[in-house]
Design a protein around this ligand. Structure first.
Ligand SMILES: C[S@@+](CC[C@H](N)C(=O)[O-])C[C@H]1O[C@@H](n2cnc3c(N)ncnc32)[C@H](O)[C@@H]1O
Length: 325
C-alpha cells in the first residue's frame, strides 16, 4: 500500500461488514472504491467477487495491490456509479448481492493540494473527481452571478450565497480567479468567521464540488440502478456525509421500502425492506481516531422479491429532495 492509500481511513468498516456479511461466491459492488479500504476487507472475509467503481483514475491505480492479491475476484471500473447497471452488464454480470456507496471525497483527493478541492492548500481551482470536463476554475470564471448564487445556496446551503456570488463576479472583472486561496480570500472578505466549527469557505467549496461532479443526480441514478441489479435479499448500503445526500437516500428508502415485519407477513409492493429506520453513526471511538467520520450517516435496506415488472410507482429526483442547478 502506498502512503496516500494508507492516509484514507475507511469509515464505519465494521458496520459495513456486519451488514453485508460477505459470503463465498457472492458478487458485490463497491461503487466508491477510493483507496479500496472497504473492498480489501470484503475480499478478506470470503471467496467473493468485488466490482470496484471510481470516477477518479487515481483511485483505481491505488488499488493495484488488490488486483495482485485477488486476481480473479476483483474488477475495476473507472467510471461513475450512476452507470452501475451498464458497468455490471459490460463485465458480464447480471445480478449483484450487495452495493456499497461511501459518498463524497477521499482523504487523498482532499489532501492532494494540486486537485484543488480544499481551501487549506494553495492550488489551481479544479475539484474534478474524474479529471475531465468543467473545473472549478471554469465555473467560477464563467457562470452568471445568479447561477453561481443558486449553486452556492442550494448545494452549500449557504445563506450568504448572493453576497459571495456578487463578490466573485466583481473580482473576476479585474482578473480571473485562478486558485483556491484566491477564492478563499474573496469569501473571507464577505463572510467573517463567526463560528469556530465551520470555516467560512466550507459551504461554498462543498457547493462547487457537488455541482462540478454532479453528485446528487449521480446518487439518485445509483439508487435506481440498485433496484434493478440487486438480487433478492441483496443489500444496499449508503454512507453519506451531508444533509443533501442523506435526504435523497432517506426519501428514496422511505418511498420504496417496507418494514421487515410487514414484509414477512404479506406480499409487498415495495422493492426494498428495512430492518430499522434508525440511521447508524460512527462510534465515539471511531470519531476520535478519524475526525472525518464524524458526520457519517449509514442507511441500509435489502432488495425484496418484487420484480420490477410488477412495480407501479416511478421515481422522481425532486420528490426525493434532489436539487439541480
Ligand atoms: C469517501 S471515498 C471512498 C473511500 C473508500 N470507501 C475506502 O474505503 O477507501 C469516495 C470515493 O468515491 C468516488 N466517487 C464519488 N462520486 C462518485 C461517482 N459518482 N462514481 C464513482 N465514484 C465516485 C470518489 O472519487 C472517491 O474516491
Amino acid at each position: 500500500m502506498s502512503k496516500l492509500e494508507l492516509h484514507h481511513k475507511s469509515v464505519m468498516c465494521e458496520e459495513v461488514l456486519s451488514i453485508l456479511n460477505p459470503t463465498d461466491d457472492c458478487i458485490y459492488v463497491d461503487g466508491t472504491l477510493g483507496a479500496g479500504g472497504h473492498t480489501r476487507r470484503i475480499l478478506e472475509e470470503a471467496d467473493c467477487k468485488v466490482i470496484g467503481i471510481d470516477k477518479d483514475p487515481v483511485a483505481i491505480s491505488l488499488c493495484n495491490d488488490i488486483k495482485a492479491n485477488h486476481k480473479n475476484n476483483f474488477f475495476t471500473v473507472n467510471g461513475s456509479f450512476s452507470d452501475l447497471t451498464d458497468h455490471i452488464l459490460t463485465l458480464g454480470f447480471k445480478k449483484i448481492d450487495g452495493i456499497l456507496l461511501d459518498l463524497g471525497t477521499s482523504s487523498m483527493q482532499l489532501d492532494s493540494a494540486e486537485r484543488g478541492f480544499s481551501f487549506q492548500y494553495d492550488a489551481p481551482l479544479d475539484m474534478r473527481m474524474n479529471q475531465t470536463g468543467q473545473s472549478a476554475y471554469d465555473i467560477v470564471n464563467s457562470l452568471s452571478e445568479n447561477s453561481l448564487a443558486d449553486i452556492i445556496y442550494y448545494y452549500g446551503e449557504e445563506r450568504s450565497s448572493r453576497k459571495i456570488a456578487k463578490a466573485i463576479v466583481n473580482e473576476r472583472k479585474i482578473k480571473k480567479i485562478k486558485t483556491t486561496f484566491e477564492l478563499n480570500k474573496i469569501i473571507l472578505n464577505v463572510k467573517k468567521a463567526n463560528n469556530k466549527k465551520i470555516h467560512p469557505s466550507t459551504k461554498t467549496f462543498q457547493a462547487l464540488r457537488i455541482h462540478i461532479n454532479n453528485e446528487l443526480k449521480d446518487l439518485y441514478n445509483a439508487l435506481i440502478s440498485a433496484e434493478k441489479v440487486l438480487s433478492e435479499k441483496g443489500k444496499l448500503i449508503v454512507i453519506s456525509f451531508h444533509s443533501l445526500e442523506d435526504r435523497i437516500v432517506k426519501n428514496f428508502i422511505r418511498e420504496n421500502s417496507v418494514s421487515l415485519k410487514k414484509y414477512n407477513s404479506r406480499e409487498t409492493e415495495k422493492t426494498f425492506v428495512y430492518e430499522s429506520r434508525k440511521v447508524l453513526k460512527p462510534t465515539e471511538e471511531e470519531i476520535k481516531k478519524n475526525r472525518r467520520s464524524r458526520s457519517a450517516k449509514l442507511r441500509w435496506v435489502f432488495r425484496s422479491s418484487l420484480s420490477l415488472s410488477k412495480l407501479n410507482s416511478s421515481h422522481n429526483f425532486s420528490n426525493y429532495g434532489g436539487v439541480k442547478c
